[in-house]
Design a protein around this ligand. Structure first.
Ligand code: GLN
Length: 485
C-alpha cells in the first residue's frame, strides 16, 4: 500500500482480494495520524466507523458478493454534506455538533459503491470564501507548502487528497470552491453540470449555483467518482432525469480535431505571469496532441463576479434564514423569541456569513431589487448566451483556474474584495450552469502548483474529461522531462 495508489487500483485490488479494505483504511488513518495535526484538513476523522465499514466490506468480498466501483476506497467528505450519525457543521458555530438525521444522496451513493467514509473536511463557514480561513474551527494548511492557504471553500477536501489522507474526496462548488482549491493544492477538481449530481443533503448556500463534485489525484479517479455521483435523484427537483455519463471509457480517446478556445477576456489583467505562461503551454500541448486551438471571446464573463456577488448572497440570505435557534443547532436563550433569534444568529455566524446575509438582504429589498438582484439575473442571462455562442466556435474552453498560485495566510484577510477576485475565472461557469474542471499543469511562482481550467457546454462532461486527460498526459510527460534534466 502506497500513497501513490489510485482509487481505481485500490478498488480493483480490494475486489480481487489482493488488498483488504481494512488494510487500506489503516494505511490512510496512519497517514492522517502523521500529518493531520499540521494540516487540519478534517473537522472530524471517523476512524472507528471507517474501520468497521471496511471490515464489513471485506466480509462481503469474502462471501463473493459484488462490491462496487469504489470498493474499499477511503473518501473524505466536505462538512456541508449531511452524514447520518456524524456531525455536519459547515464549519460554523451555529451547527457545531448538529447531527443530520439522514445521509446526503452523494454520501449514500459512494457508500453503496463501496467507498469508506473516513471523515468530514474543513471549509470556509457555509462554503463562503476562497481560502478556508473563514472556518470557525481554525484554518487548513496547504500540504504542498504549509505557509500557504489550500484555497476554498473546499480547502479541507483538497488538502485531504493532496496530503495523502484519502485518495478521493467530495466538495461543493458554488463559484469555484472545488476548482480553485484543487488548483492551489495540485490535485484534480470537477464541478459537474448543474443538475447532474444531486444536491439533496448538501446544506444550501446559493441553490441555483451549488453543485457537488469530486477531488482526486488523477483525472481517471475523478471520472470514476463522478460516474458514481451522477444520475437522477427524485429527492432533488433540479436533478436532471438522465443516467450518469460514461467517462472513464473515453479518457484515452485523445483530442484529435477537437476545437479548444482560449478565453481572451480571462488571460489579461491581474494574472500572475507564470500562471498565464502555463495556460499558454497547456494550449500548445493540446495543439501538439492534435487539437485546433484558437482564441475565443466571451465578453460578458467580465461581469460574472459582480452578478455572482448579488445572486449568491441573495440566495444565501434566504437559505440561511432557517438557522433560527429553533430548528437546528445552536440556541442562545433570551426573554423573547425575536431576541433569542438575534442572539443565536449573532453568536453563531462568523463575520463573512453576516456580510453575505446583509449584502443579500439589501439586494433583495423593496426598491433595490430591480437595480441589483434583477439586473444581476439579466447579466447571468448574457453570460449564458455568450457561452452558447462560444461553444459554437469551440468544443471546450480553457482558462487559468485561478489568477494566482496559493497565497500566504492573511494575505487577503482584511479585504473581502481581494478575496472575491480569486474566483474571477471560475464564477462564470456556475452562472451558466456548465461543467468545469481544474487539472494540475506544472508550477508557477515559488514552485507552487498551477491549475488549468477546462470548461464545456451543458452535459458535455465527456469532452471536458477527454481534454482533461490529455492535459494530464502532457503535464506528466513534461514533469518526467524536467526530472531527467
Ligand atoms: N469563493 C466563492 C465565495 O466565496 C465561491 C465559494 C463556493 O464556491 N462555495 O462565494
Amino acid at each position: 500500500m502506497t500513497a501513490m495508489q489510485t482509487a481505481f487500483d485500490i478498488a480493483n485490488a480490494v475486489r480481487s482480494g489482493d488488498l483488504s479494505a481494512v488494510e487500506v483504511t489503516q494505511y490512510y488513518l496512519s497517514q492522517i495520524e502523521a500529518r493531520e495535526p499540521e494540516i487540519h484538513a478534517f473537522n472530524e476523522v471517523t476512524a472507528q466507523k471507517a474501520l468497521d465499514c471496511a471490515a464489513a466490506l471485506d466480509q462481503r468480498v469474502q462471501a463473493g458478493e459484488s462490491v462496487g466501483a469504489l470498493a474499499g476506497v477511503p473518501i473524505a467528505i466536505k462538512d456541508n454534506l449531511c452524514t447520518k450519525g456524524t456531525a455536519t457543521t459547515c464549519s460554523s458555530k451555529i451547527l457545531e455538533a448538529w447531527i443530520a438525521p439522514y445521509d446526503a444522496t452523494v454520501v449514500k451513493r459512494v457508500a453503496e459503491a463501496g467507498a469508506i467514509a473516513i471523515g468530514k473536511t474543513n471549509l470556509d463557514e457555509f462554503a463562503m470564501g476562497s481560502s478556508t480561513e473563514n472556518s470557525a474551527f481554525g484554518v487548513t494548511r496547504n500540504p504542498v507548502d504549509t505557509t500557504r492557504v489550500p484555497g476554498g471553500s473546499s480547502g479541507g477536501s483538497a488538502a485531504a487528497v493532496a496530503g495523502g489522507f484519502a485518495p478521493i474526496s467530495l466538495g461543493s462548488d458554488t463559484g469555484g470552491s472545488i476548482r480553485q482549491p484543487a488548483a492551489f493544492c495540485g490535485v484534480v477538481g470537477v464541478k459537474p453540470t448543474y443538475g447532474l449530481v444531486s444536491r439533496y443533503g448538501l446544506v444550501a448556500f446559493a441553490s441555483s449555483l451549488d453543485q457537488v463534485g469530486p477531488f482526486a489525484r488523477t483525472v481517471k479517479d475523478s471520472a470514476l467518482l463522478l460516474e458514481v455521483l451522477a444520475g437522477h435523484d427524485p429527492a432533488d427537483a433540479t436533478s436532471i432525469p438522465q443516467p450518469a455519463p460514461s467517462l472513464v471509457s473515453h479518457l484515452d480517446d485523445g483530442v484529435q480535431g477537437l476545437r479548444v478556445g482560449l478565453v481572451s477576456e480571462l488571460m489579461g489583467e491581474g494574472i500572475q505571469p507564470e500562471v498565464a505562461a502555463q495556460v499558454r503551454a497547456s494550449a500548445e500541448a493540446l495543439a501538439a496532441a492534435g487539437a485546433i486551438v484558437e482564441e475565443v471571446s466571451v465578453p460578458a464573463v467580465t461581469y460574472g463576479l459582480s452578478a455572482y456577488y448579488l445572486i449568491a448572497p441573495a440566495e444565501a440570505s434566504s437559505n440561511l434564514a432557517r438557522f433560527d435557534g429553533v430548528r437546528y443547532g445552536l440556541r442562545v436563550d433570551a426573554p423573547t423569541t425575536n431576541e433569542m433569534m438575534v442572539a443565536t444568529r449573532t453568536a453563531g455566524f462568523g463575520p463573512e456569513v453576516k456580510r453575505r446575509i446583509m449584502l443579500g438582504t439589501y439586494a433583495l429589498s423593496a426598491g433595490y431589487y430591480d437595480a441589483y438582484y434583477g439586473r444581476a439575473l439579466k447579466v447571468r442571462r448574457l453570460i449564458h448566451d455568450d457561452f452558447a455562442r462560444a461553444y459554437q466556435q469551440a468544443d471546450v474552453l480553457i482558462t487559468p483556474t485561478s489568477p494566482t498560485v496559493a497565497f500566504p495566510f492573511g494575505a487577503k484577510g482584511d479585504n473581502p474584495l481581494a478575496m472575491y477576485l480569486c474566483d474571477l475565472y471560475t464564477i462564470p461557469t456556475n452562472l451558466a450552469g456548465h461543467p468545469g474542471m481544474s487539472v494540475p499543469f506544472g508550477t508557477g511562482a515559488d514552485g507552487l502548483p498551477v491549475g488549468v481550467q477546462v470548461l464545456a457546454g451543458t452535459l458535455d462532461e465527456v469532452t471536458m474529461f477527454k481534454v482533461g486527460a490529455a492535459l494530464e498526459r502532457a503535464a506528466t510527460a513534461e514533469a518526467a522531462k524536467g526530472a531527467e534534466r
